[in-house]
Structure formats: structure tokens, C-alpha cells
Design a protein around this ligand. Structure first.
Ligand code: ZN
Length: 171
């Protein structure tokens, strides 16, 4: 396994559409293993193949402690429910965060590294990660979906008006 370089904001590969995976071979398994290692090394909740330089429909998500990392090959979002609004970032946009509205519950259908189809449902952060990573495979980054990006001052203070609730101060 190896840590791969993560491409950063401004690299045209982040705007391109990925190709479907047709060969479920050893190379695919290696790419997935490396992506998991690279995601963990960077403390990310997910990583998509274009972020490590491959225009293939492959992404990994690790956002629910009770599950092993989810490997998604040729994924499609098949159901979305409820709504969440919050801060979102990306390993390709270090230090940048925006406010993004996403469904709170998301079901994705995908193949594993051997080509077997499966479905999995995620909530909250995992649902957000499924949407974020599948967007990457279509050349869409969170920066184009954010209602607004946060300022450095807001990131330091944590004082973000849209995320304040009436119950502030209560545990
Ligand atoms: Zn990302």
C-alpha cells in the first residue's frame, strides 16, 4: 500500500467526469487500498479517484465508526431523504470550508472491488460524504454547491451565524 498525492484546487482533473470501471482487477484493488490509506493519513471522511489523479468512478468513505470503510465503484445515489445544513470541506481544498445543504439520509448503489453490486445507506456525516464523493466523480466540487464559503476569521472563532441555534448555551 502507498500514500498517493492528493491533487489540489486549480487542477483541471477536479472538473472532469470519470469513466466507468470495467476491469475489476488487481490494479483496482491496489488503487482502493491506497485511497483508503491516503484518506486516513489525511484524516478525511472520504476520497475520490480524481483526487489522486485517476478519472475512474471509484471513491471511498469512512465516516461511520461502526462500519469498515465503504468502497464504492461505479456508484449511483438511489435515494435521498430529509435535509442537513452544515460545514463541509475537502482534502483537495485544504483550509477551505463552506456551508452546504445536503440530504441527511442517502442510499447509494455501487459495486465492490470484485464487481459485486450492493446498496448501503448512510446518515448525517456519512450521507454528506456519499454525496460529496459521488459529486467528485461528476467533476463537481463542494465549492460550487456551497451557499457561501467561510472566512478565516469565522473558522478561527467558530462564530458562524447560520449555524447558531436558539438553544445556544444548553448542553
Ligand atoms: Zn472532496
Amino acid at each position: 500500500m502507498a500514500i498517493r498525492n492528493i491533487v489540489k484546487d486549480g487542477d483541471p482533473i477536479l472538473k472532469k467526469t470519470c469513466r466507468k470501471v470495467e476491469a475489476f482487477d488487481e490494479k483496482l484493488g491496489e488503487l482502493i487500498d491506497d485511497m483508503i490509506e491516503t484518506m486516513r493519513e489525511s484524516n478525511g471522511a472520504g476520497l475520490a479517484a480524481p483526487q489522486v489523479g485517476f478519472l475512474k468512478q471509484v471513491c471511498v468513505v469512512e465516516a461511520d465508526d461502526s462500519k469498515p470503510p465503504v468502497e464504492l465503484v461505479n456508484p449511483e445515489i438511489i435515494a435521498e431523504d430529509e435535509e442537513q445544513f452544515g460545514m463541509e470541506g475537502c482534502l483537495s481544498f485544504p483550509g477551505q470550508y463552506g456551508l452546504v445543504r445536503r440530504p441527511r439520509i442517502v442510499t447509494v448503489r455501487a459495486q465492490d472491488r470484485h464487481g459485486n453490486w450492493f446498496e448501503t445507506t448512510g446518515e448525517d456525516l456519512e450521507a454528506r460524504a456519499f454525496m460529496h464523493e459521488v459529486d467528485h466523480l461528476n467533476g463537481v466540487t463542494f465549492t460550487s454547491l456551497a451557499e457561501r464559503m467561510l472566512s478565516p476569521e469565522e473558522l478561527v472563532s467558530g462564530d458562524i451565524p447560520e449555524l447558531k441555534t436558539d438553544e445556544e448555551g444548553e448542553e
